[in-house]
Design a protein around this ligand. Sequence first.
Ligand SMILES: [Zn+2]
Ligand SMILES: [Zn+2]
Length: 337
Amino acid sequence: MEAIDALERAVYLLDRELAPSSKVRAFQNARRTIEALDPDEVETRARAGTLTDLDGIGSSTSRVIIEAINGDTDGYLADLERRTEIPLGVGAELRAQLKGDCHSHSTWSDGGAPLRTMANAAKALGHEYLVATDHSARLTIAHGLNEARLRNQLEELDALNREMAPFRILSGMEVDIFEDGSLDLSDDMLGQLDVVVASVHSKMKMPRDAMTRRMVTAIANPHVDILGHMTNRKVSGTGRAPSDFDAEIVFAACKQFDTAVEINCRPERQDPPEELLELAVEWDCWISIDTDAHAPGQLEWQAYGCDKAVRCGVDPDRIINTWSAEDLLDWTRSKAG
Ligand SMILES: [Zn+2]
Ligand SMILES: [Zn+2]
């Protein structure tokens, strides 16, 4: 394995285990440093032990480079492969049925990798499609897309689709739900997108009645296909309490308006909690198992959501990403009327 590929693989694996971003950045920086050098110089330095004299190369990254050059297949990278491997549990069979991922980010908003890299990673996992759902404009902290930038993204998406066929990148957005339940994108643009995920990212502590009304208004919007990370809880680090809303009313609305409930697979979110997912199953809601990946390695997290879906008794026929891209598009088009 070439040094550059080894460093890129390390980035992928670190993202897969949700390593601190400083650690991921160290490997990204090392990759950039190596890329800018003559391969002969890299080899000479690897032999002389002077790689760490270079800006952006530290002890771990130099070890990965040296092991790649020496053809050592049981070193740092092999350890990382083993340590970060995502075990397939009761959801293994369901995972094999999933044909795509309906929630992902790229460098168009706050993702860590270009759309092309994300799409290639999804393809390598066996997916038929990936929905590009970068943030909408209101989320300035995430460099959300206004209409003009969204149009630019759609142009890139078209070009990539011509190149990557039969793999498909479906157009979409993770659109912010405003406090009154309206959405952070015009109806006209929403209507042009293949798949729309709507999520709450602000005022998560609204009173119960107001939050219920806010969510139901978004769920009832004919352009909304998926309700993203519904409780907004965070289960790791300092954590975050779930938003308060009437789940019976929210799921009744999801059922009534054919809006899928997302199983958000991010390890720090694990949203919705199992008791809520079981309630969604009772309401016979559509379900979408999404990674909300902000980096290629995170696209593997669907395994977590599949385990949870099986534990909570979700019928695979109710999971919209067990369908082909064409069937998914028929569904979203029929909903938008
Ligand atoms: Zn979100
Ligand atoms: Zn997201």
